[in-house]
Design a binder for this molecule. Structure first.
Ligand code: FAD
Length: 585
């Protein structure tokens, strides 16, 4: 007999688990989240928070989005990506990063109502977790997942209460494994993976020290230290990462994965900090030190019947590109509305199959990109002459040679400039962050061809209303008050939305009719002059790819479900056909 019952049991309260709990509670679905520890993240691992993640937070509520900005370091302080011999030493090069190059900034502003920012995991997790619990999530801390069995009607999960040692069983209709990179849920569900764990070893050294004099004039999140001997296994070199400007820092330093993980004593940590900062007198307040491994592994399937995995449980990769927590939160945005629709009886269970179909390719893409980004430090090392062995004098001579007035040195300088500029694929890859287009049964294209990318799809986001893509952001205006709203504000929040224009009013009646049949509360916006929502700038007309009388049906996760070029003879029948397929009814 189960001790506890709930609709969805979530293992883990990291970014993936807490976001899922927050979304499910917002959608009115009973859920419980457990964590084997007594509290949330105690180190600021994830920090780069991209626009798509901020859109999920905005969908949870403007108060959630605003609180993130309140605690985040703003985008304009993330901007310079510095390569140097030490913070006090010579600067080797820099590049504008994270949407701070003027061209990239324009693209960011055009793409989303939200701003990229740097929000350490120690702030993101409590924000999501608080949102979840305040909206209805039952949370059980110090409770460890042990095993699960599933049957036709649900899942029975066995847990251990770590305070009392008691066994607790929880019966749920669905189980979500958001239990991180060593996921037991994924293992017990027997889900298939490709790749390799433990390809590199890294240590984190978290400390406080006022380093303003070295950094405030070139604000950045990341300072890459390249000095003879600063060899770092997993990540490529010594990294000094800003946690709070400019007095809290995280050093990432590699160790040889073929050896046991080193013990990071306070003396050792202080020595590393002094070396990378380049100040032999530096005093630090050591906050913590721990080791972790660099992984290169992803699930090729993220569902076993009633059990799902998400976040690091499904994609395990180095922090390059800052994709881990972001992708974890975006996984939850994909799954939560589907679970809600099935649990509310609006959709058939087949809808849930689209989660893995849509998100497993993303898992593969981001794991591949993050590991590739590590490799792309290679040309910088080569240009500096740091790849030819461990002879420190030889490396020093090579690094110095680039300052000579010789053709060889000029070529070396050019190679270095190009190698650093190429790192935009890690530090300014807006397309990687925003271009996710889904192909599954939860999207109906009616044979419409996917638009090709005009620019590099990893570097640039390309808006489209092609079904499967996220609805493009443009600003629209309230016809009465003049208030501006993003297209993203006009959809989401757990509901399907239909956008149409003048001459498309019959879609409104169709949405009401099909909504009544399915139990869906479909929101409709008729956009045009003298309507409730007005497209003063014409940006929507340019972005929508359909005619005034056509329509765009948007899923609760803001991805386009289907679009019609113009009014149909039988709008209700069309909408019924499409929603029957999408919802697997
Ligand atoms: C140095 C560093 C920098 C990073 N920088 C970034 C960045 O800039 N941007 C970014 O997006 N990502 C970054 N990441 C990655 C990010 O931290 C992870 O991708 C993210 O934490 C994954 O979230 P998750 O919820 O899937 O898993 P986790 O955060 O690992 O959470 C797992 C949860 O499951 C719980 N759990 C595990 N096992 C059990 C069990 N048996 N029973 C009960 N509970 C269990 C844990 O206690 C925890 O609550 C970085 C990582 C590192 C190491």
């Amino acid at each position: 007999m189960a001790h506890i019952e709930t609709d969805v049991l979530i293992i883990g309260t990291g970014p993936a688990g807490s976001a899922t709990a927050a979304l499910l509670s917002s959608y009115g679905i009973a859920n419980m989240a457990i964590n084997r520890y007594r509290w949330l993240a105690n180190t600021p691992r994830a920090h780069i928070t991209n626009q798509r993640t901020m859109e999920v937070l905005r969908d949870l509520g403007r108060e959630v989005e605003d609180e993130a900005y309140l605690f985040a370091t703003h985008q304009d302080l993330m901007g310079e990506n510095i390569f140097c011999e030490s913070l006090a030493g010579e600067e080797i090069g820099r590049m504008k990063s994270w949407g701070n190059h003027p061209l990239s900034k324009a693209e960011h502003l055009l793409s989303s109502p939200t701003m990229m920012n740097d929000l350490p995991q120690t702030f993101m997790e409590p924000l999501l977790f608080k949102t979840a619990c305040s909206r209805g999530t039952q949370a059980r801390m110090s409770t460890e997942y042990v095993s699960h069995v599933q049957d036709r009607d649900g899942v029975t999960t066995t847990c251990r209460d770590r305070l009392s040692g008691e066994t607790v069983t929880i019966r749920s209709k669905y189980l979500v494994g958001a239990d991180g990179g060593n996921s037991l849920v994924a293992e017990h569900a027997g889900l298939p993976f490709e790749g390799q764990m433990g390809v590199g070893g890294s240590m984190n050294i978290l400390f406080r020290a006022d380093l303003s004099k070295y950094v405030a004039h070139r604000p950045s999140v990341l300072y890459w230290v390249m000095q003879p001997g600063a060899d770092v296994g997993g990540i490529g070199m010594g990294l000094v990462r800003m946690v709070r400007p400019w007095n809290e820092w995280l050093i990432v330093w590699g160790y040889d994965i073929s050896q046991p993980a080193p013990e990071v004593t306070p003396e050792f940590a202080t020595g590393v900090a002094r070396q990378l900062v380049g100040d032999p007198e530096l005093e630090i307040e050591l906050l913590s030190a721990n080791t972790w491994t660099v992984n290169n592994m992803y699930a090729t399937h993220m569902q076993k019947d009633r059990v799902f995995i998400m976040g690091d449980a499904a994609h395990r990769h180095p922090p390059s590109n800052g994709l881990g927590s972001n992708t974890s939160i975006q996984d939850s945005f994909n799954l939560a509305w589907k679970l809600a629709a099935v649990l509310k009886g609006q959709a058939g269970p087949g809808l849930l199959d689209s989660y893995s179909v849509e998100r497993a390719p993303v898992a593969k893409q981001i794991v591949t990109r993050a590991n590739q980004s590590i490799g792309e430090f290679g040309p910088i090392f080569e240009a500096l002459g740091m790849t030819g062995g461990t002879d420190i004098d030889k490396i020093r001579a090579s690094m110095d040679a680039r300052c000579d007035a010789t053709p060889a040195a000029e070529a070396q300088r050019e190679a270095l400039r190009e190698a650093i500029a190429f790192k935009k694929y890690e530090f300014d890859a807006h397309g990687v962050e925003m271009n996710q287009r889904y192909r599954s049964d939860a999207v109906v294209t009616d044979g419409q061809i996917e638009p090709a990318f005009d620019l590099d799809a990893e570097l640039h986001y390309q808006p489209t209303t092609w079904p499967g893509a996220r609805i493009p952001h443009v600003w629209l205006f309230d016809g009465v008050t003049g208030d501006k709203h993003s297209t993203l504000d006009l959809c989401g929040k757990g509901r399907f939305t239909l956008f149409t224009g003048i001459g498309g009013e019959a879609w409104e009646a169709a949405a009401a009719e099909v909504g009544a049949e399915t139990g869906l509360d479909i929101r409709v916006h008729v956009i045009g002059p003298r309507r409730k929502i007005v497209d003063h700038s014409g940006d929507w007309a340019r972005a929508r790819d359909i005619r005034d009388s056509g329509c765009i049906l948007v899923r609760p996760d803001q991805h386009v479900a289907w679009r019609a070029e113009a009014m149909s003879d039988q709008p209700a029948a069309e909408l019924r056909r499409v929603l029957t397929k999408i919802l697997a009814r």
